[in-house]
Every structure is written in structure tokens, then in C-alpha cells.
Ligand binder design. Structure first.
Ligand code: UTP
Length: 228
């Protein structure tokens, strides 16, 4: 199966960098590769990107400049994933979708960070999934799914087991894109998922090791987003 993965910054660098998580991701991706899956990867920025964006804001940077600072941090995280993946990955973070797809077709794993201001890596992952004609898009986040409301702010939040992309759109509609935004899937990414109609999973860190069985159809603890 061809799969695009987005490892959110909230799991790669919730506070400091989580090296054990990066190692676990590399180990699982290696297993998936040996099972002949085609894999494409996007890395998020996490807490470090927010710290850098906050500093840039204090220095009176424009929104575009803040986004560019965020993009640099996502690419730094992409480099760490590349390091952990060793020979399996292309050595540099890819900056265009065409180049990333070429790398995947060569049999290597392309790793991307952010690409342009005005979005997050959620949108990059949706675009990469579409460009590569992936069958599945998988997001990893610290909350492990899509909830009725932000579970970090409201303990009564309920996780969706299954939802349509239309329901996702309703949930994120009206959320304003700003540098360092914290949202399960950003509105640009959600719109792209709707346009491409790709099946999407939102999972938590504990499912990383279970990816081989989840790709074979096993149950998971996250959210499945289906077209419609
Ligand atoms: P992300 O928001 O994608 O990192 O990028 P993240 O921490 O993974 O997000 P979550 O919490 O897991 O969902 C960090 C910042 O980099 C800029 C934005 O400002 C974004 O908030 N960015 C990233 C862009 O401007 N364009 C991109 O293509 C990607």
C-alpha cells in the first residue's frame, strides 16, 4: 500500500525532542518498507517551532516571516527523522512534491517539512498524499484522534471513532490560520482531504508500533475520516 504519514510536532517534540519516539518511528517505517509498502513522510515543528515563532513575533516579524521560521524548524525535525531512517531515506528534506514523489518511486523514503507560509504541515501531508496518489493518509498527534472540542481545553471532549470529511470541515471551519496555530488538522489540510477524498486516520503515539497491523485493517484507538 502507498501511505503518506504526517508525524506531528506534538509527538516529535512535545516539549523537548522525543528521541525515543523518533527511533520508534524509524523502526516501524523500516518494517513497513520491508513489507513493500511505499512510504512518504512529513514532519511537524512542535513546541520548538512555537518558541521560535513566539520569539520572531516579539521581534515584530510579519506573519509570513513567522511562518518561514516555523517551516525551518519543521525541516530540522525532518532532518532528525532522516538521520534515524539512515539509508532508507533521501538525505535531504524534500521541498517540492514532484521531487518527493520521484524519491518514493526510486524506492527511498522522502521526508518533507513545511513548504509555504499560510498553512501547517497537515496541508503539506494532504498535498503529498494527493501528489503521490497515496491510498491512505495517517496523522500522528499527541491527542490521538479528532475530538468534538479541544480535549486539552475541555475534559468533556469526545473522540470520534469514525467521521466524514464533511464533519471534519464543520469542526475546523472558521479557525483562522495563524503562525503556530494548534489544531488537530488545519483548515487548508482538511479542505485538501475533502477534495482528494483520501481515507485518513488520526492516531496517537502508542499506535506507532501497531502500524503494520493497522495497515492490514486491524482496529485502532484513533479516528478514521472517510469521504462523504
Ligand atoms: P506545524 O504546525 O505543522 O507543526 O508547523 P506541528 O507542531 O506539527 O503542528 P501540530 O501541533 O502537530 O498540528 C509549525 C508552523 O510552521 C509554519 C506555520 O506557522 C506552522 O504553525 N508552517 C508549516 C508554514 O507556514 N507552512 C508549512 O507548510 C508548514
Amino acid at each position: 500500500m502507498r501511505v503518506t504519514f504526517c508525524f506531528g510536532g506534538s509527538i516529535l517534540a512535545p516539549e523537548d525532542l522525543d528521541v525515543d519516539c523518533i527511533l520508534a518511528i524509524a523502526q516501524t517505517l523500516r518494517a513497513l518498507k520491508s513489507q513493500k509498502h511505499d512510504i512518504l513522510v512529513v514532519a511537524g515543528g512542535g513546541k520548538p517551532s512555537r518558541k521560535y515563532i513566539e520569539a520572531a513575533r516579539k521581534l515584530k516579524a510579519s506573519s509570513i516571516h513567522c511562518d518561514l521560521v516555523g517551516i525551518d524548524v519543521t525541516r530540522l525535525n525532518a532532518r532528525l527523522l532522516i538521520t534515524a531512517l539512515g539509508d532508507l531515506a533521501e538525505r535531504e528534506p524534500l521541498t517540492t512534491f514532484e521531487a518527493a514523489v520521484r524519491v518514493m518511486l526510486k524506492g527511498k523514503v522522502p521526508v518533507m517539512g513545511g513548504v509555504v507560509p499560510g498553512q501547517t504541515t497537515d496541508a503539506v501531508a494532504a498535498m503529498l498524499a494527493s501528489s503521490s496518489r497515496s491510498e491512505l493518509l495517517v496523522f500522528f498527534t499527541d491527542v490521538g484522534g479528532v475530538y468534538t472540542v479541544d480535549p486539552k481545553l475541555n475534559p468533556r471532549a469526545k473522540k470520534f471513532k469514525l467521521m466524514t470529511v464533511r464533519e471534519l470541515m464543520k469542526l475546523v471551519a472558521g479557525k483562522k490560520m495563524k503562525p503556530g496555530i494548534s489544531i488537530v488538522i488545519d483548515p487548508v489540510g482538511a479542505k485538501l482531504i475533502q477534495r482528494t477524498g483520501i481515507r485518513t486516520l488520526v492516531l496517537g503515539k502508542r499506535e506507532i508500533k501497531r502500524l503494520p497491523e493497522i495497515l492490514r485493517g486491524a482496529k485502532h484507538s484513533g479516528t478514521t475520516i472517510v469521504p462523504g
